[in-house]
Write a protein that binds this ligand. Structure first.
Ligand code: DHB
Ligand code: FE
Length: 296
């Protein structure tokens, strides 16, 4: 046993500590949740998407992270323009699905990991990222749709979830660089938690889409895929992209992509992209999915 532990430590993994094993980038398009909840995934429209996410679900079944830190944005469900927090972390024990106007989704309640979440909050704040701590909040499609994409329809979500929400709705949003640096700080936080836990970090939202205004319907697959290549292989080359470029190239809601930079920041420099899928259109959006594993 002691020898086995020494060998894992020698391989760069300390089994006594929490560790980030994977990063997942995925769009969080609400229509995907509605299609699954209402039994419509057999329809021709949904087939390419459902076939594309099948390997991701297989990977998730084999990987089974204990905890998922899901970086998402609240779409005025838990929060509103009365109070806008740039970065928040859910430190509570449970987060019910939000009522977004047509009743809460009939999906399991999200169970938090309060102890790890408070540890991360403390570590981030001492690392000079001033998080808002949230004990009670409902979670909307930004968080529950990625769970559906990766886990389908279980009776209970197979992982604990730490919601980490980012303001991408109201200008001024944080910069891509700040998001990337926050990801690095999340990695330091997780790796200083003295419990044997495997953790996956989700970055959600995107890819290009604009739901409103004169340019409603913007989709820019070429730009998205080049951006994604850089996210995987050379993330520092895209941390300087400003809000105007995101708006111009990926539409007003494409800026959700900055949340994928938090996920990437939480990963090692050396990673393997073990799966990628994209499809146009899903609703009014370019759907994108990537799965990254830390290389030992
Ligand atoms: C859509 C996409 C989103 O990211 C969102 O938050 C709401 C709607 C869409 O494509 O319909
Ligand atoms: Fe969104």
């Amino acid at each position: 046993m002691a020898v086995a532990r020494l060998m894992v430590i020698a391989a760069g993994v300390n089994k006594d500590m929490a560790r980030i094993i994977a990063g997942i980038g995925t769009s969080h398009i609400p229509a995907i949740g509605a299609a699954v909840d209402n039994g419509k995934t057999g329809e021709a429209y949904w087939q390419p998407l459902m076939n594309g996410i099948k390997p991701a679900r297989e990977w998730m079944k084999n990987t089974r992270p204990d905890v998922c830190i899901i970086v998402y944005n609240d779409h005025a469900s838990a929060f509103s323009l009365e109070s806008i927090s740039t970065f928040s972390i859910g430190v509570g024990d449970v987060f019910p699905p939000a009522d977004e106007g047509y009743g809460p989704r009939k999906v399991p309640v999200v169970e938090g990991h309060s102890e790890l979440a408070w540890h991360i909050a403390e570590s981030l704040i001492l690392d000079e990222f001033d998080m808002t701590m949230v004990n009670d909040m409902p979670v909307d499609h930004g968080l529950t749709v990625p769970l559906t994409i990766m886990y389908d329809q279980p009776d209970a979500w197979p992982c604990k979830v730490i919601p980490l929400s980012v303001n991408v709705v109201q200008y001024p949003q944080p910069t891509g660089n700040r998001c990337y640096m926050l990801g690095k700080a999340i990695r330091r936080a997780v790796e200083s938690f003295g419990d044997d836990l495997t953790v996956a970090v989700f970055g959600t939202g995107g890819m290009s889409h604009q739901l409103q205004g004169e340019r409603a319907g913007v989709i820019n697959r070429d730009y998205d895929l080049k951006w994604l290549d850089k996210l995987v292989n050379d993330p520092e080359s895209i941390t300087g992209i400003n809000h105007t470029e995101y708006m111009r190239e990926t539409g007003s809601e494409g800026i959700e992509l900055i949340m994928w930079l938090i996920m990437r920041g939480a990963m090692a420099a050396n990673i393997n992209e073990v799966y990628r899928f994209d499809h146009v259109p899903v609703s009014n959006t370019h759907y994108g999915l990537t799965i990254l594993e830390n290389r030992l």
